[in-house]
Design a protein around this ligand. Structure first.
Ligand SMILES: CC(C)c1onc(-c2c(Cl)cccc2Cl)c1COc1ccc(-c2ccc3[nH]c(C(=O)O)cc3c2)cc1
Length: 232
């Protein structure tokens, strides 16, 4: 069928893409990924610093999602807490799959592999990174898929389920049209993107176990990560 993006939908895409590009981890934080020496402790500390910075970036990005700030305040917090890990998997996946020459990619992968994480989480995690890389998402698709993840209505403690669902459905329709227009040869492309959201839920469960095992080995997190992940 003739797919057309309306004026309103184009404005939505622009608002989200601008916010997505405006809020990035500061260079001095990601530069550290290249500089500091390698040890499990040092890697864990660096990843904690980058994750903390990423959460701050995520909060700023979320505030720019049209309609988000008109949601109930407590629901805004519930959505952020419920989606932070998944949004960070998406963001780190996009960084790791970028073919850009910056040494960050190998270094980030190396530091994740050697940060005291148990093998059983490595496989699904790096399979996910590979599967995201194979999709060759455009910037708009990445930004809108992250938005859809944040606007997931069935997170714990969300009260106005319908209000969140309406926002998410608006974004799903925009993504559906973008996929048809930007990947005409791949009619299943939109379905493949949504399949990644299912994989993110599984990684989220693995991550909860990872947190527990890090806690047991007395790993320290920052106050912001403790708050967003209900740790300690
Ligand atoms: C608290 C730490 C140890 C942690 O716990 N779980 C994870 C964890 C893990 Cl490994 C995997 C996935 C999700 C989480 Cl949430 C992490 C580390 O989390 C991140 C690691 C890297 C990045 C990230 C995001 C954007 C970036 N841009 C650049 C750049 O070079 O431009 C580097 C970079 C890194 C974000 C979160």
């Amino acid at each position: 069928e003739k797919v057309e993006i309306t004026k309103e939908q184009r404005a939505l895409i622009k608002a989200i893409l601008d916010a997505y590009n405006r809020h990035q981890i500061p260079q001095d934080v990601t530069k550290k990924l290249l500089q500091e020496q390698y040890s499990a402790e040092e890697n864990f500390l660096l990843l904690t610093e980058v994750a903390t910075s990423q959460v701050q970036v995520l909060v700023e990005f979320t505030k720019n999602i049209p309609g988000f700030l008109s949601l109930d305040r407590e629901d805004q917090i519930a959505l952020l807490k419920g989606s932070a890990v998944e949004a960070m998997f998406l963001r780190s996946a996009q960084v790791l799959s970028k073919k850009m020459p910056s040494g960050h990619i190998e270094v980030l992968e190396e530091r994740i592999r050697k940060s005291g994480m148990s093998e059983e989480f490595m496989t699904p995690m790096f399979n996910f990174y590979k599967s995201i890389g194979e999709l060759h998402m455009t910037q708009e698709e990445q930004a809108i898929l992250t938005t859809i993840t944040i606007l997931t209505p069935d997170r714990p403690y969300v009260k106005s389920h319908e209000a969140v669902e309406r926002l998410q459905e608006t974004m799903l329709e925009v993504l559906r049209k973008l996929c048809v227009l930007q990947h005409p040869q791949e009619p299943q492309y939109f379905a493949r993107l949504l399949g990644r959201l299912t994989e993110l839920r599984t990684l989220h469960h693995y991550h909860a176990e990872m947190l527990t095992s890090w806690k047991t080995n007395d790993h320290k997190f920052t106050p912001l990560l403790c708050e967003i992940w209900d740790v300690q």
